[in-house]
Design a protein around this ligand. Structure first.
Ligand SMILES: [Zn+2]
Length: 258
C-alpha cells in the first residue's frame, strides 16, 4: 500500500449526538465523505488524559496506569504512536490547547508543536487550527495532531453538555475541521474523533453519554459514506500506523481498520 500522511483531529468531549445537533451544515458532508461511526467506544474512566494515553498507546488505562489528568511515568513503558512514527523516520507535529496533553508524546518525538491556553483567546481552537494549517502548508509534516479543547472546557464544563454554548463550540470545531479537510484532504488521510463525551457539567462515569465517541476516517483507503460498528479508541493508533506504513508496537491491543 502507498504510504500516506495523516492529520488526526480530536474535539474534546464531542458527543455523537452533540455533533448531530450542532447545526453546522458541513456535518452532512463529513458523514457522506468518510468511513465513520457514531457509536465508537472510549476507555474507562472517560477522562481526557487517560483517554489520550489510550488513544496514542493503544492499551487501556489498566495497562498504561494513567487514570486521572495527572501524568505519571508508566511502570511498564511502551511506545506510543509518536515514538513509533519518529522511529519510522516520520516527521510529527502537535497543536494543543490543554497543557497536560504534552505528555502523550515523549521528548524527542516532535519536530513542530504549538500550545496556547484555551482561555488566552476567544477561540484558541481556531488560533491553533490556523497554526497547524500554516505549518502544514509550509513543511508538509507526515503526521499532525490537532487537539481542540473548547467544546469540553468552554462548552461542557462551563455551561453543560448539549447546551447551546456547547453545541456552538462543536460548530466552531467543525468549521476548523472543514478548513483542514478542504485544503489538505487530497494529500492527507484525515481522522476526526473525540476523547470522551459528557453529561450535565462533567464526565468520567461509565454511562453512554460519557463513553460514546464519534470517529471519522477520510481517505482513499476508506469507503466513503459507510457507517461501521464496534470501533474503539484503541484502534486509532494501529490504523494510523498502517496508513503511514509504520509497524505497530508489539504491545498495542487495538486493531487496524484497514
Ligand atoms: Zn473535561
Amino acid at each position: 500500500m502507498k504510504e500516506n500522511k495523516v492529520i488526526l483531529i480530536s474535539v474534546d468531549g464531542m458527543r455523537p449526538d452533540g455533533f448531530l445537533s450542532c447545526k453546522n451544515p458541513y456535518i452532512n458532508q463529513m458523514m457522506c465523505n468518510s468511513y465513520y461511526t457514531l457509536e465508537g467506544q472510549t476507555v474507562l474512566p472517560p477522562v481526557t488524559l487517560p483517554c489520550f494515553m489510550s488513544l496514542f498507546h493503544s492499551v487501556t488505562p489498566q495497562r498504561h496506569g494513567i487514570t486521572t489528568n495527572t501524568y505519571l511515568p508508566m511502570a511498564r513503558p511502551l511506545p506510543g504512536l509518536f515514538e513509533q512514527l519518529k522511529n519510522g523516520g516520520k516527521v510529527c507535529a502537535m497543536y494543543y490547547g490543554w497543557e497536560p496533553l504534552r505528555d502523550v508524546a515523549r521528548p524527542g518525538s516532535l519536530r513542530y508543536a504549538g500550545y496556547i491556553h484555551s482561555y488566552a483567546e476567544e477561540s484558541s481552537d481556531t488560533v491553533l487550527a490556523d497554526s497547524a494549517i500554516a505549518r502544514i502548508r509550509k513543511d508538509r509534516p507526515d503526521f499532525v495532531f490537532l487537539y481542540m479543547v473548547e467544546t469540553d472546557q468552554k462548552g461542557g464544563h462551563d455551561h453543560g453538555w448539549m447546551t447551546e454554548a456547547y453545541l456552538h463550540r462543536i460548530s466552531v470545531a467543525v468549521d476548523n475541521i472543514r478548513r483542514v479537510i478542504e485544503e489538505f484532504g487530497e494529500e492527507y488521510t484525515i481522522v476526526v474523533t473525540a476523547d470522551h463525551g459528557g453529561h450535565d457539567r462533567c464526565h468520567g462515569a461509565d454511562i453512554p453519554e460519557d463513553t460514546t465517541i464519534p470517529m471519522f476516517y477520510f481517505g482513499k483507503q476508506f469507503q466513503a459514506g459507510k457507517q461501521f460498528s464496534g470501533g474503539t479508541i484503541l484502534d486509532i493508533a494501529p490504523t494510523i500506523a498502517k496508513i503511514m506504513g509504520v509497524m505497530p508496537a508489539d504491545e498495542w491491543e487495538g486493531t487496524a481498520l484497514i
